[in-house]
Design a protein around this ligand. Sequence first.
Ligand SMILES: Nc1ncnc2c1ncn2[C@@H]1O[C@H](COP(=O)(O)OP(=O)(O)OP(=O)(O)O)[C@@H](O)[C@H]1O
Length: 323
Amino acid sequence: MTTGSEREPEKLPGGATGITALGLARSFGSVSAVKNIDFHAAPGEVTALIGPNGSGKTTLLLMLASLLRPDAGTIRIHGIDPIKDPRAARARLGWMPDTLGVWEALTSREILVTMGALYGLNKATARIRAGELLEIVNLTELADTPARVLSRGQSQRLSLARALINDPEVLLLDEPASGLDPGARVQLRTLLRQLATSGKTVVISSHVLVELDEMADSAVFLTKGRSVRSQRLDEAGTQGRNYTVTSLDLPALRRALEAGNVDAVYVSNFENVGGDAKVKVAGETQAAALLASLVAAGVPVTAFAPSSGLLEETYLSLEDEMP
Ligand SMILES: Nc1ncnc2c1ncn2[C@@H]1O[C@H](COP(=O)(O)OP(=O)(O)OP(=O)(O)O)[C@@H](O)[C@H]1O
């Protein structure tokens, strides 16, 4: 049984560092946006926040960013309670909303310098920092044009620069890749990994699960305002997964799978597949054994790979579990 003191965020393992939230709830009138969320994001890691539309991701991020008050529950940002001390929490936070509201008449550089001043930087330091960040997000060429002319992707990059102006320890990003072209997405991924490696706590919500597979260290899944699972990406090797096996000789593949030499469940309907079959195995060791046994049986295998990304697999399995 859990006692009251064990539910205090700072008493949990790692609870005084990074972000810890327990039992969060928040309603808007009769809409219960967040019903019961426990959340932890460790420093030095990228933590993904995953859930279908309306599952409460933005509401949770707004509460973590001290911009929305929870009806119930506790939050600690590096040990600070943002409800009691929002100023101290905000000094450590960088927040990138899903849509950036800009001061339309100002240029990107002026916006960043103004934000820097609001965080207490002197003008010279704010200008230097603004210049560095514009370089990092590839906006130097547009630094001195009014922000209102920026495209969606360019606004997203300005929004990211704005979130970084105070060199925050904790970075909260709501759909940061939305509107970015493929090159900018790769740059974003690299930058977020660098920030995490330097010790920052990075939380990112996104629907693009393949991207999160490559970027995140752990993930928290939300459904209907509740946290329903957390997962570490380095557990991939031990998680049951579907693999797609493609062969030049389907009857031979079928015979080998049905011989059942390896502990694998054959899940696809053979009649309905073209050149491949879907097989569920308990982990990477079993996948390797299955591939070896197919090759040993003389099956001409041309491709053997997980059927989907790890996070997508978990996401879809949660959907299956839902009533
Ligand atoms: N200010 C508000 N007033 C009323 N209802 C709200 C408000 N903000 C959010 N909601 C409702 O709360 C629920 C959760 O919304 P939220 O924006 O947190 O979801 P989300 O997971 O971020 O969704 P998406 O993936 O579509 O961005 C939704 O049903 C939404 O309609």
